[in-house]
Design a protein around this ligand. Structure first.
Ligand code: FES
Ligand SMILES: [Fe+2]
Length: 419
């Protein structure tokens, strides 16, 4: 079986602006009034609206505000249930100062903990994934935790007065599941995952995503701001020029924007010819469409951003996901995964390359323009731009950013453009 962790690629040779020291930048939190003032032009109806101002992609204070209002407060997709299939399987994900360990314990329970020792605060695990873990031992003074988070061993602490080991287990992070995806939330406040997803939680139940298995994973590091990746995903205005292969299979003006709510924005695009079956270099697939999807689904690809870090692309015969992990204003790590029917993945002749090669090519085409855009918007020669009629979803995403930065969790109603 072709499987995970089998490709690593870099979208860039030199990363500018990455790994910003946020504490050194001493940013001042922005007030909702300041955000509203700076983003008033983003709030206009699409035909009058501007893009986010350049500062919103480059300013470390804005980046820090995004971490505080989005990545530290919202549900983040960290992977799939199959990533922690067996006791001892684990993964870590890090954004800003926050890092989470997700691990399956001996009782089969999947736990999420802050990746920080309760003694003097060392990061516990540095590897991004692994298996066979029996306990979590801090690399500093060897405090040792069970995979259930309980502190088991704390050397030389016998004399510490009123030290109750049971009160020094790892601090839990909220963890919930949706259709095979694992989500964590660093905040203990706010709605549960299904309440947050709302209509999105059941909208694609017919695809049976919980039963899918990963057939391929490709990791990228791209020298751009995370929002530029989401904005790029939100429009196909660029597709005729940048993606000739994609545009041959799915016309760049096809489709509609569909669901918009507090958790998501998305819509679909159509396959261009009746004989096309999926997004691949030939438009053909050697897999049947998913059972249970509609006749329309067999002609469509549904593209959704689940705010803030999951891009979910449902094809007739596979699901592609991108999870985005910002690492400073100008650097983003991206995990791109391809999910297939479990029976397909189990076949000895299973070959995901038609899907993976097509999207790896398309991804790299996208990463290049996202890097160029980050470089260009750093210039004093740019302040902000205007949007075309093909960028309605970009406008919705930018307004989601504006809402969150201003402290709002419900989307501000937008005037839908005619046509
Ligand atoms: S910081 Fe972890 S054991 Fe000391
Ligand atoms: Fe693209």
């Amino acid at each position: 079986m072709a499987n995970a962790l089998d490709g690593r690629a870099s979208g860039t040779d030199s990363v500018r602006g990455g790994a910003v020291d946020l504490r050194a930048a001493a940013p001042v939190p922005l007030s909702p009034a300041e955000i509203e003032r700076e983003l008033a032009s983003v709030r206009r109806p699409l035909r009058e609206a501007s893009t986010l101002p350049a500062r919103f992609y480059h300013d470390p204070a804005i980046y820090r505000h995004e971490l505080m209002t989005m990545f530290s407060k919202m549900w983040l997709c960290v992977g799939r249930e199959e990533d922690v299939a067996r006791p001892g399987d684990h993964l870590t994900r890090t954004v800003g100062e926050e890092s989470v360990i997700v691990v399956r314990d001996a009782d089969g329970r999947v736990n999420a903990f802050h990746n920080v020792c309760r003694h003097r605060g060392s990061r516990l695990l540095s590897e991004s994934s692994g298996s066979g873990l029996r306990h979590l031992q801090c690399p500093y003074h060897a405090w040792t935790y069970g995979l259930d988070g309980a502190l088991r061993v704390a050397p030389h602490m016998e004399d510490a007065r009123d030290f109750d080991r049971s009160k020094f287990g790892l601090n839990r992070v909220r963890l919930e599941r949706w259709d095979g995806f694992l989500f964590i939330n660093f905040s203990n406040e706010g709605p549960g995952l299904m309440e947050f997803l709302g209509e999105m939680g059941t909208k694609f139940a017919r695809y049976g995503m919980g039963g899918l298995r990963r057939g391929k994973r490709i990791d990228y590091t791209v020298a751009t701001n995370w929002k530029m990746l989401a904005e790029n995903y939100s429009e196909c205005y660029h597709c005729a020029l940048i993606h000739p292969e994609l545009n041959r299979v799915s016309h760049y003006t096809s489709g509609e924007t569909d669901l918009v709510n507090q958790a998501t924005v998305g819509g679909w695009m159509d396959l261009r010819k009746d004989e096309y079956q999926t997004m691949s270099l030939t438009g053909k697939s050697n897999r049947p469409p998913f059972k249970g999807i509609t006749a329309d689904d067999q002609r469509r690809i549904h593209y959704y951003i689940v705010y803030p870090n999951l891009l979910l692309s449902l094809h007739p015969d596979y699901v592609m996901t991108h999870t985005i992990w910002p690492d400073g204003p100008g650097r983003s790590d991206i995990i791109c995964e391809f999910l297939f029917d479990a029976r397909d993945v189990a076949r000895p002749d299973f070959d995901p390359s038609d899907a993976a090669d097509f999207w790896d090519l398309t991804n790299r085409q996208d990463w290049r323009v996202c890097e160029l855009t980050w470089q260009g918007t750093a210039s004093g020669g740019y302040t902000k731009g205007r949007l075309s009629s093909l960028e309605w979803m970009v406008h919705i995403f930018d307004n989601f950013v504006a809402d969150r930065l201003a402290g709002r969790t419900e989307p501000t109603p937008l005037e839908r453009p005619p046509g």
